[in-house]
Ligand binder design. Structure first.
Ligand SMILES: [Zn+2]
Length: 424
């Protein structure tokens, strides 16, 4: 008989119960293959001969964290001049950037990422590369190219750039949308990303007040996505675009900058999720960006950065479900997603436990993976972060990768103190 693989035991740590939002002391976690087989009091743990035991007394174990909004193909530097970055990089380069960036997140304790839109079709291939174990990386949930309405901004710039943007054009009307959803599914998408308003950096005439798509188009998108087992995420800054997305039952609202009380109440009733991306929304324009973006874009960004805090706080106070997302690397480099927890505590007045829930179980629910990840429970994938000290007392512990003693994904130690572990 083939010998059964030894179990990995994480012994005598303090476990963050993300479902209840509490810390449980002196717990042992038993991992067999890629799943959590058992979790309970130290005293009740029954040792087997071949167990590989890691004693983590005094350390805290949290579920592997989830960032629901990243763009893996881009580097942070791109955002000082995005047009130049895209026109000066061969398409194949983006796949390599995505690999490097995904590993930056993994080293920082984020074991699942939702990629909210890419230039190329690399993310779905990267997901396969990680799933097959060719390289170590986080779980990826990918949108691929997303579905965008043509006409959210006036066309400026060289014809090559305009032609490039037109790759995303879809045929208007519900039938056009249904076709576009199927196209993305065929491209390997796990979910659909769309925009119901203009963006901050999208272009000088991209308006956040304008609502993109009509409601029938949005409803068709949601129904077709659901039929194919996918959810929909909508980038939305202005109140009308947020409202229409919510009316159409779009599952996650990205940014949600100018959300109103009325829309927040509907979100609570429908159980929809807000992904605040405060890392991007509250960031200041760098001096480099101020040189390259037109003054209207700077003005728009500064206005939204001022408004966003009160709107998000109101939504949280009303009871809107919040899931962590950063929009990395728009305003901060990949691998810094823990700063979003700090911003949620500071700006939305969450408790640390609530912020950790937004990064774990709530994020899992938002991306419809709560039966697999987001909490330390029997039967779930063994995605864990062992932290030196207690992040419930000091969240900044999560920002320093040398405090992340072990990062475990799929039952395997994938990083130790900020370094990817290739062989173990
Ligand atoms: Zn984004």
């Amino acid at each position: 008989m083939p010998q059964e693989k030894s179990r990995l035991i994480i012994k005598s740590g303090n476990v963050f119960d993300s479902v209840k939002g509490i810390l449980k002391e002196n717990q042992t976690i038993v991992i067999r293959e890629n799943k959590i087989q058992w979790c309970g009091e130290d005293d009740a743990f029954e040792k087997e001969t071949n167990d590989k035991i890691i004693d983590v007394k005094g350390k805290t174990i949290i579920p592997g964290m989830i960032d629901c909004h990243v763009h893996l193909e881009y580097l942070h530097e791109f955002f000082s001049n995005i047009e130049r970055a895209i026109l000066r990089n061969k398409e194949a380069m983006f796949g390599y950037y995505a690999l490097k960036n995904a590993q930056e997140h993994l080293k920082s304790g984020f074991t699942t990422l939702r990629d909210c839109g890419s230039q190329t079709l690399a993310p779905a291939s990267l997901r396969k590369v990680f799933d097959n174990g060719l390289f170590l990386g986080p779980r990826l949930i990918v949108a691929q190219r997303g579905i965008f309405q043509w006409g959210d901004q006036e066309e400026f710039g060289p014809q090559d750039w305009i032609n490039y943007l037109r790759k995303d054009e879809v045929i208007s009307g519900p039938d056009g949308i249904i076709h576009a959803v199927r196209d993305q599914k065929r491209n390997g998408a796990d979910f659909i990303k769309t925009t119901t308003t203009g963006g901050v950096l999208h272009g000088q005439d991209s308006k956040v007040e304008l609502s993109l798509w009509n409601i029938d188009e949005l409803k068709a998108m949601v129904l077709e996505a659901e039929r194919l087992g996918m959810h929909v995420a909508a980038h939305a800054h202005g109140s009308l675009g947020i409202h229409n997305a919510v009316q159409a039952n779009i599952h996650t609202i990205e940014h949600g900058t100018l959300i109103t009380e009325e829309t927040a109440s509907i979100m609570v009733k429908k159980g929809l999720y807000l992904v605040p991306t405060q890392s991007a929304m509250t960031a200041e324009f760098s001096s480099e960006m101020k040189k390259t973006f037109p003054p209207e874009v700077i003005e728009k960004g500064e206005y939204l950065a001022k408004e966003v805090i009160e709107h998000h706080k109101m939504a949280f106070d009303k009871g809107v479900n919040i899931a962590l997302g950063t929009d990395a690397p728009v305003a901060s480099a990949h691998g810094n997603s823990a700063q979003e927890l700090i911003l949620m505590v500071k700006n939305m007045r969450m408790t640390i436990a609530e912020a950790l829930q937004a990064a774990t179980i709530n994020a899992a629910r938002a991306i419809r993976m709560e039966d697999k990840i987001g909490s330390i429970e029997e039967g779930k994938f063994a995605d864990l972060v062992v932290v030196n000290g207690n992040p419930l007392e000091d969240l900044t512990l999560l920002q320093k990768s040398n405090n992340l003693h072990h990062i475990i994904k799929d039952g395997r130690i994938v990083a130790e103190q900020g370094k990817i572990t290739y062989f173990n």
